[in-house]
Ligand binder design. Structure first.
Ligand code: SR1
Ligand code: MG
Length: 431
């Protein structure tokens, strides 16, 4: 694995660190104009142009352009931006994001933005400006086909999930990794609540489009049992280092490149969590399409492209995971002394199929829950939020919820990606 260029790290409490203060576009050149990393990359501060572009739920994000180039400056706020100061939040999420970007970036080189500088006390990272990339959600709303997207994301998932697991890592590194990210309690706690619990009961953070039968969902015992089963798997199956928030807002794209951003929710958990979160966002976009495209042929074509992209993700994931299993299974769970060393090359293949089957079941369960929480919980998605007509929005969301329920409750009855995609097309055509 290629080593990344090391970034300069300023630890909280060190002599170089000063008292935390949020940045503003106006004052950013005064505050960061002394950084050799920024001057070297983009030129002197008196020529910087600064725009705040953060549209996520948590942080400030600035694009800083200078005479020689541009960088992104990301800073955590001491509260959740989406809610405001009434939801205080630790600044240390930047510390976990910095380490996640570094580790995940080394496991699939070239897929994460480079981090040039990190100041823990200020919760600031200076990062590569990905340009002309756009957030994947924007292209999914605009109906843009991205031919390499599924392959890139499938490879990323296989490499990061496999290489962060006991199949790849030795005991000392694995335990140190898990101990580091076990500290990310605040963001992990948000996921535990927002993903698995909030959408399935009355909670002040929730909101939903009028016309959706939320009470029926809150009364759905089978769905709630399945949600708790998946929560159990999320909390107790500490298989690998996850991105932890791997949706279409955490992916930036051009027609030829795919990059992964925003890893502050990183935690150890089950492999299917990242895969399911991602596939769910394709399926959510699939059900939003009928509000974004009027021409029936264009609509059908783009929906087909979305389903093909999910198939590309899963095919690339399984192919690459199998390659890594055969070539890089040298960690705690290598098991070579029990099989290959005794001339048994069949047993590891049986074990591989068992692992992939388990990952698939988890993927479906987590995907179905992501589809619920993006419609019923706090954090909604632009694919639906940009549908102005609430009746049309509710119709699209109702279909997505119907698919989500099938995936969570009936995950054991859906053996393949093709069968999951059939659920999407049947629901789209029937209602
Ligand atoms: C308070 S954070 C809400 C959501 O935004 C992030 O992007 C995560 O998805 C989180 O669940
Ligand atoms: Mg994010």
């Amino acid at each position: 694995m290629t080593a990344l260029q090391p970034s300069r790290v300023i630890d909280a409490g060190s002599r170089e660190s000063s008292r935390y203060e949020p940045l503003s576009s106006e004052h950013l050149p005064d505050r960061l104009g002394h950084l050799v990393e920024m001057i070297g990359l983009i030129g002197p501060a008196d020529h910087w142009r600064v725009r705040e572009v953060g549209d996520g739920n948590l942080n400030l994000v600035f694009i800083v352009e200078g005479p020689r180039g541009s960088v992104v400056v990301k800073q955590a706020l001491p509260y959740a931006r989406v809610v405001g100061e009434s939801w205080p939040m630790s600044l240390d999420r930047t510390y976990f994001e910095y380490h996640a970007l570094t580790k995940l970036g080394a496991r699939d080189p070239g897929r994460m933005p480079k981090v040039h500088y990190f100041d823990r006390g200020q919760a600031v990272m200076v990062m590569e400006h990905l340009t002309p990339h756009v957030i994947l959600r924007k292209d999914l709303i605009a109906g843009i086909e991205l031919p390499l997207l599924g392959e890139h994301l499938g490879l990323y998932l296989a490499r990061t999930l496999f290489r962060g697991s006991d199949f790849s890592l030795e005991t000392a590194e694995r335990k140190a990794d898990m101990a580091l990210f076990a500290g990310n309690v605040e963001l992990c706690g948000i996921t535990e609540d927002l993903f698995f619990t909030d959408p399935f009961h009355d909670n002040a953070r929730n909101r939903a489009t009028d016309g959706l039968d939320v009470a029926a969902i809150h009364a759905d015992r089978d769905l709630k049992l399945a949600a708790m089963e998946m929560k159990f798997r999320f909390c107790s199956s500490l298989q690998t280092l996850l991105h932890g928030d791997f949706h279409a807002g955490s992916v930036m794209v051009t027609p030829s490149d795919t990059r992964v951003i925003d890893a502050e929710f990183a935690t150890y958990g089950p492999m299917g969590f990242d895969i399911g979160s991602l596939l769910a966002n394709f399926w959510l976009a699939f059900f939003a399409q009928s509000a974004h495209r009027e021409n029936p042929a264009t609509l059908r074509r783009y929906q087909r492209w979305i389903l093909n992209a999910t198939a590309d993700v899963w095919a690339a994931f399984t192919r690459e995971f199998a390659r890594l299993w055969r070539e890089e299974r040298t960690g705690i769970l290598g098991g070579r002394e029990l099989f290959q060393s005794q001339g048994d090359s069949v047993a590891p293949e049986i074990a591989l199929q068992a692992r992939l089957a388990e990952i698939w079941q988890d993927t479906l369960g987590f995907a179905g829950l992501e589809m619920h929480r993006r419609i019923l919980g706090l954090a909604h998605i632009p694919e639906f939020e940009t549908i102005e007509d609430p009746v049309l929005r509710a119709e699209c969301e109702r279909r997505a919820l119907a698919m989500g329920r099938q995936l969570v409750v009936h995950r054991l009855a859906l053996p393949s990606l093709a069968s999951a995609n059939s659920v999407a097309t049947i629901i789209q055509d029937c209602r």
